[in-house]
Design a protein around this ligand. Structure first.
Ligand code: 0JX
Ligand code: SF4
Length: 316
């Protein structure tokens, strides 16, 4: 039987960013240096495949520090942690390695700098997300006010509207955040902040690539986990650019093939925490069912790389 033909439009860049690459290397190198088990506070990155692979190598994933024994090293995830977390690890005299992405740490430093200058902070982010918890936790309670939407800006009650600064989560929607920043500036003209926001290069580039492919695709799949903020934003971006059937899939076995019946062009991308091996798996699953032509649309090239911490680079 001849297979129907289908074009897979691959977004580039997609998948692993420099912060994810570094965080995973940190876990692997810690296991090499200190042996198993190595404890990891929170999923190192939000991807089941990555977490399961590291678990097989000897990583133990926990949500809080008090679930770790004090005599084994612990790694903090790429999303960052509140100041109280390393403080508690020090108090318990634990060995720890911080795998917070340097671009998240940069936002932590911005918050501290503004606080030192006597400004109250507004953080644009998602309530309950580990990065938001970690970034807000750089400053004392009440010093960071959270806004999630433009509507939230109207109800903000800062201590002094003249002495405010804003920071953002790194994985937000570029377009939605521009609207929130504009609302903040309209209501608090004295507010200071970064040139645009703190959304990282990888988030921006992956959203741009989706914007380029979404109008050409009848359907679009984003490989990523339900708790991955940056991956979920890619689905929203695709829908906002007219691709109504845009779905998050963990891996090939989650694809709803019946929903794809009759489509001729499918866009494909992967969130910053999704490994390329899962992209290959999805392409192979399409090839089983269709006569596939792969077309890549590249909107940016990336060459960012972050060094792993010195403690892991030194010989054991
Ligand atoms: O939920 P997020 O997008 O913040 O995290 P994920 O999916 O683990 O991506 C990599 C880590 C990103 C940190 O900024
Ligand atoms: Fe760092 Fe951006 Fe990757 Fe987050 S998505 S880990 S901020 S490079």
């Amino acid at each position: 039987m001849t297979k129907p033909s289908l074009t897979l439009i691959l977004a580039a860049p997609r998948g692993f960013c420099a912060g994810v690459d570094r965080a995973i290397k940190i876990v692997e190198m810690a296991i090499e240096k200190w042996g198993a088990p190595i404890y990891v506070r929170h999923e190192i990155v939000h991807n089941k495949f990555v977490v399961d692979s590291l678990r097989e190598k000897g990583a133990v994933f926990v949500e809080e520090l008090d679930e770790c024994p004090t005599d084994r090293p612990v790694i903090f995830s790429a999303h960052g942690v509140a100041k109280a977390v390393p403080a508690e690890a020090n108090r318990r005299e634990m060995i720890y390695v911080d795998a917070t992405c340097p671009l998240v740490s940069k936002v932590h430093i911005e918050a501290e700098r503004h606080h030192a200058n006597g400004l109250q902070m507004v953080m644009i982010g998602h309530a309950g997300h580990p990065e938001t918890i970690g970034t807000m936790g750089q400053l004392p309670e009440g010093e960071v006010l959270l806004v999630e939407t433009e509507a939230d800006v109207a109800t903000l009650e800062p201590r002094d509207p003249e002495r405010l600064a804003f920071i953002t989560q790194t994985t937000l929607s570029v377009d939605d955040t521009a609207g929130i920043v504009a609302a903040l500036k309209a209501r608090f003209p004295a507010i200071i902040g970064p040139h645009k926001e703190d959304i990282c290069y990888a988030t921006t580039n992956r959203q741009e690539a989706v914007k380029a492919i979404a109008p050409k695709a009848d359907a679009l799949l984003v490989i990523g986990a339900p708790n991955s903020s940056n991956s979920r934003r890619l689905v929203e971006v695709a829908r906002s650019r007219g691709c109504d059937y845009a779905q998050l899939v963990g891996r090939a076995d989650e694809i709803d093939w019946r929903a794809l019946e009759g489509v001729r062009a499918v866009g494909l991308t992967a969130g910053a925490s999704a490994p390329e091996v899962l992209v290959d798996e999805v392409i192979a699953a399409f090839r089983d069912r269709y006569d596939v032509t792969v077309e890549t649309v590249e909107t940016a090239t990336e060459n960012v790389e972050f060094k792993v911490p010195r403690v892991l680079r030194e010989p054991a």
